[in-house]
Design a protein around this ligand. Structure first.
Ligand SMILES: Cc1cc2nc3c(=O)[nH]c(=O)nc-3n(C[C@H](O)[C@H](O)[C@H](O)COP(=O)(O)OP(=O)(O)OC[C@H]3O[C@@H](n4cnc5c(N)ncnc54)[C@H](O)[C@@H]3O)c2cc1C
Length: 370
């Protein structure tokens, strides 16, 4: 039996991934859930559908599975383990099968059909669920007014360090990134905080540090290609050359106008002050803002808004060679229902494809051996 994975609904996710790689040559189709499908994505979807057709896979759309059916007797080798017998659909019908692949995805973006059902089903039959958290998700900040002032501004080639502070301590410690980071990236300011690829990549680190009770800060280096001294020297030169210019106007050479205004205000200098009136220590404060534009992270958008759900069925309970359950005979698990969360750039799709492939091969081998 093949569990319906609603390939038509998976396609938007494929679309996002593949579109990233083919930014320019895209012809997009709007989908009902507001996501898009590019012509390349359609090719991937069609290739997958062709493959299922070639292998006589029966796809049942709009057929939600309610529960896994268990044979309480267990197996000969694992008498207490239990064995799957089939599934019960939401309309009450049952489909019997000797092997089942649970590939119900995460709990993010429920409009794609992944509502977290798989976690509940796996838990009911004895699997442990590592706590679910949003990953690849925008972050909210304490400085809402500042975020609102910068809303819509996108910055490229910047660097972002996450800092954690123990609740009672005074010491800030960088949070090591769980994924290898490019030296610089792109960040987007939103009305609630920070987004963009650089922030999405670091978001799970922030979410986990907040869950651990730490205070979390994002320190943004707006000029990673320059040292503080180089910025100071160049600013001093420009201040001398344009002595009567207003600070915010001069800083427009360095940053978009709204950001220049915010940087001036954060440095305690009125944006309209002529630069010849600015003292050396005030200029140093601007330099500091460029190298450490700091935000306090308060939370993230909710689980539904993450591109990926971190947490899920514990990997210790799954054989990594076959993706067979170590708890329940005949059950295989693949994709985001597992405790997997990769970076942007196709790693989650790759994990879903690879685990799905292995689970499929081994489920087929199991059924043909019976
Ligand atoms: C907007 C967005 C952008 C993304 N961009 C990227 C990216 O760039 N790179 C990347 O690697 N990953 C990306 N991802 C994540 C990636 O799409 C997922 O990790 C991947 O699709 C997971 O595959 P899956 O097969 O495990 O689950 P899914 O693709 O979620 O498929 C699960 C399927 O199971 C079906 N289902 C759920 N419950 C039931 C039930 N009870 N009965 C029957 N069917 C059920 C659902 O309808 C769904 O079709 C993105 C996700 C989103 C939402």
């Amino acid at each position: 039996m093949t569990h319906c994975s609603g390939l038509c609904q998976t396609a938007p996710c494929l679309g996002t991934c593949i579109s990233d790689k083919s930014q320019r040559k895209r012809r997009r189709k709007n989908l009902r859930d507001g996501s898009h499908l590019s012509s390349n994505d359609v090719k991937v979807r069609d290739a997958l559908l062709r493959y299922t057709n070639q292998h006589n896979v029966q796809v049942r759309y709009r057929t939600p599975v309610e529960a896994l059916l268990m044979d309480p007797e267990g197996t000969d080798t694992q008498p207490n383990a239990g064995r799957v017998q089939g599934v019960r659909l939401r309309d009450g019908k049952q489909i019997m099968a000797s092997a089942i692949i649970l590939a119900t995805g995460g709990a993010s973006w429920p409009s794609t059909g992944s509502t977290g059902d798989g976690y509940r089903m796996a838990q009911t039959i004895g699997h442990s669920i590592i706590p679910l958290r949003p990953a690849l998700v925008p972050l909210t900040v304490a400085e809402r007014a500042r975020a609102k002032a910068l809303q819509g501004i996108s910055l490229r080639n910047i660097h972002c360090t996450l800092l954690a502070q123990q609740a009672k301590g005074t010491h800030y410690k960088p949070i090591p990134p769980r994924y290898p980071l490019p030296p610089t990236g792109e960040l987007l300011f939103t009305h609630f905080g920070l987004s963009g690829p650089l922030v999405l990549t670091r978001s799970l680190d922030a979410v986990d540090a907040l869950r651990a009770g730490k205070q979390v800060f994002a320190s943004i280096d707006l000029k990673p290609g320059m040292t503080a001294d180089e910025i100071r020297i160049r600013l001093q030169r420009e201040f001398e050359q344009h002595a009567h210019k207003h600070l915010a106007n001069l800083l427009q050479n360095w940053a978009p106008h709204a950001l220049a205004t915010v940087l001036a205000e954060m440095s305690g200098i009125a944006p309209e002050r002529p630069v010849h009136t600015i003292r050396a220590e005030e200029r140093d404060s601007i330099v500091e803002r460029f190298k450490d534009f700091r935000w306090q992270i308060t939370s993230s958008l909710p689980l539904e808004a993450g591109m990926v759900t971190a947490g899920g069925v514990s990997l210790k309970e799954v054989d990594p060679r076959s993706f067979a359950s170590r708890k329940v005979h005949g059950l295989f698990l693949a994709g985001e229902v597992l405790d997997l969360a990769g970076d942007t750039g196709g790693f989650n799709l790759q994990a879903a494809f690879s685990s799905g492939y292995l689970a499929g091969e081994h489920a087929a081998a199991l059924t043909s051996a019976l």
